[in-house]
Design a protein around this ligand. Structure first.
Ligand code: HEM
Length: 292
């Protein structure tokens, strides 16, 4: 991630600069969705000229479009990666699609379906939660302007603020496991074979773990949240998501004097992810001199 950080910073900087030109926009579609999508496209080796096309296709395939549009957009995405995988098979480069097509796992190569489905999962897994967390975090800052001011005075608190955004938004609502042996948790008996669902928004506001758990506090330390999972299946993209959130807010802090709500946020209708699908905002950009 450290190697990729400079490229990610360029992506965040371009996306935020373009949004600021308009002075008001939907934060989700103009900023929160674009940063993770462009970053994952870059990592996968999608040429920059195609990022916008994939942005439109993912919006159609996984957004509110009608089922036929969704299906066709999804097929176009799979076709796109089939073509890219074929190109990388002939001419490998330093990117994730090349890594997938040349991977050797326990002595065998991935099938073309496995390559394609991994590409598809990276595109969705690598963007959805980050988009929703970035948006929920922005709304939290708008509702707690003193916390945003603290950050602009103390940029070194940004990594802690990102942890608080992850805790506060808890975008992946739940994780289910099947118990492999009997256990007692807080006087509840769980038998082997029982299915147990952990609700992240609840765990992340556990009063026994977090002081003032209903308070959004960018200086919160320690912050042992479960937003990225725990243990063996801890989020593979956690470091990437943290870096993207930090760079995105850093660009906004650096380049705006003020950010305000410009209409009512529209919540997502989902039990799987928790957050907003629209967040209208307006900005007062910080005008910089040519030398700064
Ligand atoms: C704010 C952003 C994100 C949140 C809140 C989030 C949340 C989570 C959670 C809670 C899990 C654990 C699931 C479980 O235990 O069953 C998980 C796993 C995973 N995440 Fe994320 N995620 C985020 C970003 C990403 C990104 C950017 C990627 C990829 C580029 C990614 C890829 C994965 C993968 C592959 C797993 C499965 C790991 C395994 O089973 O070993 N995630 N994520």
């Amino acid at each position: 991630m450290r190697t990729l950080e400079a490229e990610m910073r360029d992506v965040a900087s371009d996306v935020v600069a373009r949004a600021l030109e308009r002075e008001s926009c939907d934060f989700v579609s103009e900023i929160a969705a674009r940063v993770p999508l462009y970053v994952i496209c870059n990592m996968m080796g999608v040429p920059k000229g195609d990022w916008e096309r994939l942005f439109e296709l993912t919006g159609q395939a996984f957004g509110a479009a009608d089922p036929v549009t969704r299906r066709f957009a999804h097929m176009d995405i799979l076709q796109y990666f089939e073509d890219l995988a074929a190109t990388r098979m002939k001419c490998p480069a330093d990117d994730l699609v090349s890594a997938l097509v040349s991977a050797n796992i326990d002595g065998r190569k991935l099938s073309s379906d496995e390559v394609l489905l991994n590409c598809d999962n990276l595109l969705v897994g690598g963007t959805e939660n980050t988009r929703i967390a970035a948006t929920g975090g922005m709304l939290a800052f708008l509702e707690h302007p003193a916390e945003w001011r603290t950050l602009s005075k103390e940029p070194t608190s940004l990594p802690y603020a990102v942890e608080e955004v992850l805790r506060w938004t808890s975008t992946a609502t739940h994780i289910m496991r099947t118990a492999t042996k009997p256990v007692v948790i807080r006087d509840r008996h769980i038998e082997a074979g029982d299915r147990v669902t952990l609700w992240n928004p609840s765990a992340n506001r556990d009063e026994a773990v977090f002081a003032d758990s209903d308070c959004f506090n960018v200086r919160r330390r320690p912050n042992r949240h479960m937003a990225l999972g725990y243990g063996e299946h801890f989020c593979l993209g956690g470091t990437l998501a943290r870096c993207e959130l930090r760079l995105l807010y850093s660009e906004l802090l650096h380049n705006t004097k003020r950010i305000e709500l410009d209409g009512a946020p529209v919540p997502l209708s989902s039990i799987v992810v928790n957050g907003f699908e629209k967040l209208p905002v307006k900005f007062s950009p910080r005008r910089r001199s040519a030398s700064s």
